[in-house]
Design a protein around this ligand. Structure first.
Ligand code: NAD
Ligand code: DAU
Length: 354
């Protein structure tokens, strides 16, 4: 274990993956002081952290990484040994209708944080680490075969993936130019509790429950590699503590599904959980207009992470999907809160024209 963390800053810890990571770290490292910095955008929600919010070593800081003055003040007040950076605009469809927010948060926000870390650490990098959490989408789109490795050339094709690729480049540039101790991971599609219902699985679960149409983009033959979100949080923990500075690690579930097959599996699971006749939910499937520039297939080779740091995904799809579906059914209040207000407007604009 190379870091000597005492004060750990996590950005985006009120979001989907960030909240699972915060929970894991709060429970696992009672001797760390953990600072969760989050702007609480539409995607950030402190309800995601209710079960750990009283922990004396967890501190919430409301703030925006695009605000340099705020970051300067924060870093002047508090020294950090490590930073795990997850805060981002994360939804591809929103990046298509409004790319600028992705440039501002994902690129400028990341550079602001790199600057703040560089200034605070001032060349004293022993035991320090800047961890940038990124996506497999930076590698572009695969054909029927093959996998993304850490050597695959970047080929981002949506405004979201272009902004994440750009932020990855800046993180590497700060390592090469200033010696900043960085690690990057690029992960595949996560699923599990607390995911905002703009993403495929929670959106479908929400619609199935309400017997609304299930909008499958294009021919439904697009392929994603799905990973249980807590497996991702465990991988981040492993890489943060044991990864090598300057290195990149791919994280994936080795679990490819065509969208239409996954939606059918979800429908069958929901029919069972809701005590509906077989085929009931699947009758709601509706093929709609495709996502512009839709990447055909993502698949991750996570061999390096297994070989070098001994990480492997633990939760199988059938089990993870059932746990996810049950969680949403048992947490209607959470779903009602996040789907009130602006969500209705988003849904209308995103799906009415399809
Ligand atoms: P999310 O959209 O659920 O959460 C993002 C969080 O960042 C929210 O809490 C939001 O309030 C916060 N945030 C946004 N803008 C901010 C700003 N300017 N300042 C401070 N906080 C801000 O995202 P997620 O799905 O949990 O993804 C987290 C990270 O992991 C992102 O960097 C994303 O690119 C990456 N990632 C996601 C997936 C996935 O499948 N969801 C897969 C691979 C990588
Ligand atoms: O691969 C990692 C990425 O996975 C992360 O970096 C992103 O933050 C995350 O949002 C996710 O991106 P995707 O675009 O793959 O996820 P999404 O859930 O939006 O879509 C999954 C697939 O389902 C994709 O092929 C589009 C399709 N889809 C999605 C929605 C919302 C539909 O067919 N219908 C829908 O309504």
């Amino acid at each position: 274990m190379m870091t000597t963390t005492k004060h750990l800053l996590i950005t985006g810890g009120a979001g989907f993956i960030g909240s699972h990571l915060v929970r894991l770290l709060v429970n696992k490292y009672p001797d760390y002081q953990i600072y969760n910095l989050d702007a609480l955008t539409y995607a950030g929600n402190l309800e995601n952290l209710k079960d750990v919010e009283q922990a004396p070593h967890l501190h919430f800081i409301k703030g925006d990484i695009t605000d340099r003055d705020f970051l300067r003040d924060l870093f002047a007040r508090q020294a950090f040994d490590g930073i795990i950076h997850l805060a981002a605009e994360s939804h591809v469809d929103r990046s298509i209708t409004g790319p600028m927010a992705f440039v501002v948060t994902n690129v400028i926000g990341t550079v602001n944080l790199l600057e703040a870390a560089k200034e605070q650490w001032a060349g004293q990098f022993d035991g320090k680490r800047f961890y940038h959490v990124s996506t497999d989408e930076v590698y572009g789109s695969l054909g029927e075969t093959g996998f993304f490795t850490e050597e695959t050339a970047y080929d981002p094709r949506s405004p979201y993936s272009a902004s994440k690729a750009s932020s990855d480049h800046f993180v590497r540039a700060y390592h090469h130019t200033y010696g900043l101790p960085v690690v990057i991971s690029n992960c595949s599609n996560n699923y599990g509790p607390f995911q905002f219902p703009e993403k495929l699985l929670p959106l479908m679960i929400h619609n199935i429950r309400q017997r609304k149409p299930l909008p499958v983009y294009g021919d439904g033959q697009y392929t994603r590699d799905w990973l249980w979100v807590i497996d991702h949080a465990e991988a981040i923990d492993r890489i943060y503590h044991d990864g090598v500075n300057g290195e990149t690690y791919n994280i994936g579930g080795n679990n490819e599904w065509k969208n239409i097959d996954l939606v059918h599996l979800l429908c069958a699971t929901m029919d069972r959980l809701l005590d509906r006749p077989a085929g009931d939910s699947a009758s709601l499937i509706t093929f709609v207009k495709d996502r512009p520039g839709h990447d055909r297939r993502y698949a991750i080779d996570a061999g390096k992470l297994k070989r070098e740091l001994g990480w492997e995904p633990l939760v199988q799809m059938q089990e993870g999907l059932e746990r996810t579906a049950r969680w949403y059914l048992e947490n209607q209040e959470w779903l009602e809160h996040v789907t009130s207000g602006n969500y209705q407007k988003y849904y209308q604009e995103q799906y009415a024209s399809r």
